[in-house]
Design a binder for this molecule. Structure first.
Ligand SMILES: [Zn+2]
Length: 118
């Protein structure tokens, strides 16, 4: 898999974690498990997310931020030729490329980054 695609997935993961951590009902448990305050944990996640975003090439980062401003999920799977962000059919050439996931691709309809799975 393209390293930048991996980074994008990791950022998405961290953001999901951040959202869950920010929800009040999980606070007590989290503080017990991590032994640090939720505020500290959130700050560390924010730092890590910022750091990873900065590691992306400017072109990818710009596109990423444009999509992230509108969508919760920025990277979505393509299953059987369908973008699971907007449920539009991806052009066959894009969906069945031999070196799939070795390039950064995005959906022409919704702009989300794509990774191909069967
Ligand atoms: Zn799409």
């Amino acid at each position: 898999m393209h390293p930048q695609l991996e980074t994008l997935l990791e950022i998405q993961d961290l953001k999901t974690q951040r959202r869950e951590l920010g929800e009040d009902n999980s606070r007590e448990v989290q503080e017990g498990v991590f032994g640090l305050s939720t505020e500290d944990a959130l700050r560390m996640l924010d730092d890590k997310i910022a750091e990873m975003e900065e590691s992306l090439p400017v072109q990818v980062r710009t596109r990423y931020r444009r999509v992230a401003a509108r969508q919760t999920r920025v990277v979505v799977p393509v299953i059987r030729g369908t973008c699971y962000g907007c449920f539009v059919q991806i052009p066959t050439a894009l969906a069945s490329d031999a070196d799939r996931n070795e390039e950064i691709r995005s959906c022409q309809s919704c702009g989300r980054f794509l990774y191909l799975i069967d």
